[in-house]
Ligand binder design. Sequence first.
Ligand code: PMP
Length: 444
Amino acid sequence: MNGRIQAPGEPDTSRAWFARAQASLAGGISSSSRLTSAGPRSYPLYMASGSGARIRDVDGNEYVDYLISYGSAILGHAHPQLTEALTAVLRTGTMFGTCNTVEVELAELIREMVPCADLIRFANSGSEAVQGAVRAARGFTGHSKILKFEGHYHGWSDTLAVSNRPDASQAGPYAAPRSVPHSPGIPDGVVGDVVVCPWNDPAALREILDAHRGELAAVICEPIVANNACTMPEPGYLDLLREECSARGIMLIFDEVCTGFRTGPGGAQTLFGVVPDLAVFSKALGGGLPIAAFAGQRHVMEPLAQGHVKHGGTYNASPLCATSALVTLRSLNQPDVTKRIDESGRRLMETIRRAAHDRRIPCAVQGVGAMFQAVFTADGTPTRQYRDLLGVDRARSDAFRHELLKRGVHVNAYGMACWFVAAAVTDDDLDATCEALGEAFSVL
Ligand code: PMP
């Protein structure tokens, strides 16, 4: 029944598993984005194990890992302290579907770390927690429309899967973009509730806000646009969002699924000093287990607390996932841990900058140490918004990634995504990565 599968460590084992997977998994994969982990091959790599910042595939190759499960395994793979804590939970029961004490300790710690977090609710994935925050904002304001920014990603569910990556022919006029559903199967009614705006453009923002006066429940953004190659907010832009939302009675939601607990203990809201009404967390929060949260200021969370606005979930804050999050956040709450992550990333960013400069290859290295991307824009200037990314040299960015993979460096295969740095990355891992970067640039 099963095709022959090579012993782990033989070349082409990933290829054989992918061929076998076609018969049982739709498209051979469990998430649409996994196919893109194929790198230079026509099949994705199957990872077998990981420890620290290193992972090993079933073909017998080892990599320094800068995907780290899309930023989730922030302490590193098979982190000893986490493994020990989770093993203890496995012995005492992973889920009861009831209240548990760990969720309380976890919520208390998040309150301490995150400025906007007066009250918190847990969920299981970023998409789900985004839905929770949007529900809270709609329930509080009584409005249904949500303004999102072109190119920002807020999960796969219908709610906001609009204009994630529209191509130029669909995207509509620059200053009044069309709302483009990300996939067939998203109802027109849902798409019609999503207003799309270009990022980093105050005049366009004000015009669109004016055009939807009295209709908007929330403005949502990725404060650092992880899904647009770590495009940064221009100085003052997040403050402007805060001012406009406050003046108009619109809830400001920061989607901190990528930035949360990664860019520092208080995430992007601390880094930029702008406090949203609501924020969404996942990835680094769980340290590699599926848990997410939405958190907000008391006024907007109160209808939820009173039970008027509903939110549920069988798996929410299970002892297993809450324990993983508690151990992870206790570690990330030590400033030296996130400082180490930031410094490691900055060393890599600087190495890329120097290599690009030496080879006279136009390249913007953007983001912060904990999450960044190298973008091959025509003149090496950083991207300001999604449409700038439509003009980058994709072939070069693919070649860059393929050369790195050959040299044992594993990064997100999608050039508009970014590198995530683990706390476990060692000086040896960084040395090896810098050497691979130098070699990769020499053949680009
Ligand atoms: N928001 C952002 C900013 C994300 O990057 C992602 C996932 N990449 C999500 C939401 C959705 O999270 P999940 O995949 O856990 O549903």
